[in-house]
Design a protein around this ligand. Sequence first.
Ligand SMILES: Cc1cc2nc3c(=O)[nH]c(=O)nc-3n(C[C@H](O)[C@H](O)[C@H](O)COP(=O)(O)OP(=O)(O)OC[C@H]3O[C@@H](n4cnc5c(N)ncnc54)[C@H](O)[C@@H]3O)c2cc1C
Length: 571
Amino acid sequence: MDAGADDDSTALPTVPDRDAIRSLAGSPAEAGTVVWHREDLRIADNPALAAAADSAAAKAGTDPTVLPLFVFDPAFYGDRGTACDARIAFLHDCLRDLDRQYRDVGAPGLTYAHGDPIEVLARFADAGWDIVATRSVTGRYGLRRDERAAEEVGVRFVDGDGLVRDADRPRREWKAAIESWLAADPFDWDPRRVAVERIAADPGSDANVDRGRGGAFAPTPESVAAAYDVTPEKSMIPEGGRAAGRDRLESFVARIGDYPGNVSSPVDAREGTSGLSPYLRFGCLSLREVHRYVTEHAPDGRGRSMFVSRLFWNRHYRQKLVDWPGWLDRAVNPVYEGFNRDRHDPELVAAWKAGETGFPMVDASMRCLRETGWLNFRMRALCASVYFHVLQQPWRIGADHFYEHLIDADAAINYTQWQSQCGLVGRPGLRLYNPRKQVRDQDPDGEFVTRWVPELGPLPTEHLDRPERTPLAVQAECGVEIGEEYPYPVVDFEAAREAFERRYYDAHPAAAARLADEPIARRASLSGGFDAARAIAEEHGTAAPEATDGSRDREGDRGRQTDLSAFEADR
Ligand SMILES: Cc1cc2nc3c(=O)[nH]c(=O)nc-3n(C[C@H](O)[C@H](O)[C@H](O)COP(=O)(O)OP(=O)(O)OC[C@H]3O[C@@H](n4cnc5c(N)ncnc54)[C@H](O)[C@@H]3O)c2cc1C
């Protein structure tokens, strides 16, 4: 980024200005309703848009007026932002597509604004506009922003994502609540009965020329990308937007029968799972329209039921962040707060991020993540497990790294999944993956490993799970010297795993016991609710530490327990 948001001399102005807003309506009484789009970049099944069309009608008594708005917030760009440039480019695709969606129904399109959203929205409110937005599930920054938007500007947030809010026991009857939301009619509006307003961006404006000179900066995806020097460096990034999302949904459903066989291998999953996560993350498609399309068009069978269970998982993890916003920075179980902090080793963290740990499946995955912004579930879980259980590093740094690089990065899923994978909830059983077994099981031909760790290409396939054990004669013959071309494992896997388990299970009875505390049970937001949390506390809260003496299968990936038992029938 070269537009230093903290440096006033170069900061981009807040746009649109008050005059442009005032010129829209003859008087405040004639102003309509702003639809503030954030993570709902679609016009179909959009709660805020439907509510705006309704409330605008009630207010005017004539043709309702709606102004769809997106605010480019400097907090998400450059050094202040947490997203890689490829994710920002994906978002910008989605915005161009949203603009097209409005035009396709005869409206003039989307209004782009730039600046602190509260300041921008206040200008509309001062000019008499009501403002409505779909309530979303966000981290700290978004929560504070939305609280301010409600308090200072009077933004009306409408629910519509199926999640349970403000309930004493959110998990009671939760699945039934989601099912009834999925079955309900989509949010609807009639474009023929709504006048859509727009403040046009001046196509001739050049962000680089105008910046810092007080000139009229016209925010568009292009001018904002230029001003903030958005330079995506990843490859294989899907095109953003609803049209691309719909294509993907339709082509996936045509081959959904192959889905169960494709989820685990990182090669097969690339085209074999739906690839819908970034479209769901940015709301190009609503989750329930995906659900509806699948139930109406996919053949009955395991592929369909497995996929539908994943859509429930999406809601399940989002519900967790609704129930406790602290998932992003604190261990959900206080007993595990700070776990691994005393072992923080920046060199180990750097090796993990760079894909240079000496564990080929981890290294291939981490390089693939950095290069393409996507990994299948199993490889995400493997990398999180090795990072926390084997390298024994603080979970949050790893989770932030994922959050930066994933195109589908969703705070509500990423951080909750990280804590679940690491074992910070205090449920019994660890999801401890063995990176060597993953090579043998998921990449027996070495296609994934050698694609992303090409220096191992000449090594015979049977050594790809443990290159460090390759006989010296073989290394010499194929010209790959372990320790030179490719590192030895940065830690001794067995010793590190045992050390971790000892520490973890020593603390586990105390952690399990804490799940009996109502505030902690609420945070954990298990699918079985407080009863499930209490049952864990009773059964494991006083138990002796589990054995770490090798009595369990050393090569297995252990502890597959998840808190998704309600949706697990087809796993
Ligand atoms: C450490 C870790 C971090 C993760 N971070 C994210 C994230 O930031 N954003 C994200 O969308 N997913 C995340 N996941 C979940 C999962 O890996 C991705 O949703 C999935 O790989 C996306 O590919 P897909 O759309 O082809 O999935 P499909 O298998 O086609 O699934 C369809 C949809 O179901 C949902 N889904 C699938 N698996 C899960 C799951 N385990 N938990 C919750 N929802 C699920 C997603 O919305 C997904 O798009 C994470 C998993 C782990 C282990």
